[in-house]
Design a protein around this ligand. Structure first.
Ligand code: GDP
Ligand code: MG
Length: 297
């Protein structure tokens, strides 16, 4: 199964033209160091992703500011080509003063809008490359308390630019009861601070199954996730991706253990097209309009 992502139903999900040409999907991961961003990315796509050749290899030394690292991979399944891009943001929240941690991230998102706008304005528009960020997974530390000032600041600065998807990192370090209470606190905080997170819709569906699926996905936000790129053996002899504890095994791909499967399903199968639509119709359109107004149009 190495490398298998499972977007088998994409021909129904994405327009025929983009299916043939192949298409881009770009996810950004943000959160403090050590919260499992890199591990989750590898777990999500079931393969290590590599930086594109034109970028310098990664170094182990810690950056002085929030860095931006790009990874991408081409996947083909059932005749559908997907170019999957990941924008990692090492260094976020790692400094004594993290006040401006959101700035380089905002700059990256806007820079990608600008690149798209520039291509749209060209005479020959047949080869537009879309590197706009379609979803931002924001990693919340599994503290069980409320959101930190840094979390709130980041989300408020970015919520009009990108589809924000909050996740509880390393949720295997909390009990189910703690997770349920923490989710509630987080959602209250988000509401209290008027933060707009991604809200999946099912407006063009009259299919009760699709509607229920979407409701089910939404009920899990913020997704409590566990990442692991290692196979381990369960007490009953199965080999699974998971994390081992003296008291047992947490299985990444078991929906009773964490929300990883739900998150992946939403990103890659059920809501990929919608995330792309919202990026274009809402976030990009707002940005473009503001920019044109500022330029005096
Ligand atoms: P990053 O700095 O956010 O990219 O975090 P990494 O992916 O490098 O992970 C940091 C450490 O946390 C590594 O030792 C991982 O094995 C571990 N880790 C990653 N995901 C999880 C998780 O879901 N649960 C637990 N308990 N540890 C994790
Ligand atoms: Mg990392």
């Amino acid at each position: 199964l190495q490398g298998y992502v499972g977007f088998a139903n994409l021909p129904n999900q994405v327009h025929r033209k983009s299916v043939k040409k192949g298409f881009n999907f770009t996810i950004m991961v943000v959160g403090e160091s050590g919260l499992g961003k890199s591990t989750l990315v590898n777990t999500l796509f079931n393969a290590p992703l590599y930086p594109p050749k034109e970028y310098a290899p990664l170094t182990e030394e810690s950056p002085k500011t929030v860095g931006i690292q790009l990874f991408s991979t081409d996947i083909e399944e059932n005749g559908v080509r997907l170019k999957l891009n990941v924008v990692d943001t090492p260094g976020f929240g790692d400094f004594i003063n993290n006040e401006d941690s959101w700035k380089p991230i905002l700059k990256t998102i806007e820079g990608r809008f600008d690149a798209y706008l520039e291509q749209e304005n060209r005479v020959n528009r047949s080869k537009i490359t879309d590197t706009r960020v379609n979803a931002c997974l924001y990693f919340i530390a599994p503290t069980g308390h409320s959101l930190k000032a840094l979390d709130i600041e980041f989300m408020k600065r970015l919520h009009n630019k990108v589809n924000l998807i909050p996740v509880i990192a390393k949720s295997d370090t909390m009990t189910h009861e703690e997770i349920a209470a923490f989710k509630e606190r987080i959602l209250l905080d988000i509401a209290h601070h008027d933060i707009k997170i991604y809200h999946a819709q099912h407006y063009d569906s009259d299919d009760i199954e699709t509607i229920n699926e979407t409701k089910d996905v939404m009920s899990k936000i913020p997704f409590a996730i566990v990442g692991s790129d290692k196979a381990i053996e369960t007490p009953d002899g199965r080999h699974v991706r998971g994390r081992k504890y003296p008291w047992g095994v947490i299985e990444v791909d078991n929906e009773d253990h964490c929300d990883f499967v739900k998150l992946r399903q939403m990103l890659i199968r059920t809501h990929m097209e919608e995330l792309k639509e919202f990026t274009n119709d809402i976030h990009y359109e707002n940005y473009r309009t503001e920019k044109l107004l500022a330029m005096g149009y």
